[in-house]
Design a binder for this molecule. Structure first.
Ligand SMILES: Cc1cc2nc3c(=O)[nH]c(=O)nc-3n(C[C@H](O)[C@H](O)[C@H](O)COP(=O)(O)O)c2cc1C
Length: 170
């Protein structure tokens, strides 16, 4: 093997989506299934998701809280609310666990031929009220999933050099 898996190499987070593309409920179920099998500390699985497919009544309720800097996400085929249960385990790794599950869902999206962008900028309070999300649960992030808008290409994606990734041990 000379490169990382293509799912990882080709992954990117579009900031614009094709408003005519749709995801089927079967594809949505596969996204949730990918998250379901994510690892978590003590196998607590401290996550829940609201899956909003364009056209569904649930999606219309989610859209109301995608505001300001995140309005690009409204064109996505799916908007997923990523919900975390925290404060109950002494390791305090629930958010880390949720990130694992969301990452796996995003890679499953790549496998389905679409892309995903996570975002944290939305009306957390309003959305939580709308869906009755209260402690110990938190609506932490959202993910926009779909086909990139026409003409949109990965741009400006930069990473620290591989040599910077490795903690110096000498
Ligand atoms: C936890 C998390 C929160 C993010 N929040 C936002 C956000 O609020 N708005 C946004 O446009 N992008 C957001 N992003 C997307 C990142 O900016 C993006 O992943 C990063 O620039 C790397 O680009 P790439 O995913 O295409 O490699 C978020 C990503 C993660 C993982």
């Amino acid at each position: 093997m000379t490169d990382i898996t293509p799912l990882l190499r080709n992954r990117w987070s579009p900031r614009g989506y094709d408003p005519d593309h749709t995801l089927s409920s079967q594809e949505a179920d596969l996204l949730l299934e990918a998250a379901r099998w994510a690892p978590s500390a003590m196998n607590l699985q401290p996550w829940r998701f609201i899956m909003g497919l364009r056209g569904d009544p649930v999606r219309a309720r989610v859209d109301r809280f995608v505001v300001g800097h995140s309005d690009w996400a409204l064109d996505a085929s799916a908007l997923v609310v990523n919900i975390c249960r925290s404060g109950e385990d002494h390791l305090e790794v629930a958010h880390y666990d949720l990130g694992n599950a969301v990452a796996d869902m995003c890679l499953q999206a790549e496998a389905l031929g679409v892309h995903a962008r996570q975002f944290i900028s939305f009306d957390h309070r309003g959305l939580s009220q709308e869906f009755g999300i209260t402690a110990p649960w938190t609506a932490f992030t959202m993910t926009a999933i779909g086909r990139p808008a026409a003409g949109l290409e990965p741009a400006g994606r930069q990473r620290a050099d591989l040599s910077e990734l490795v903690w110096p041990t000498d």
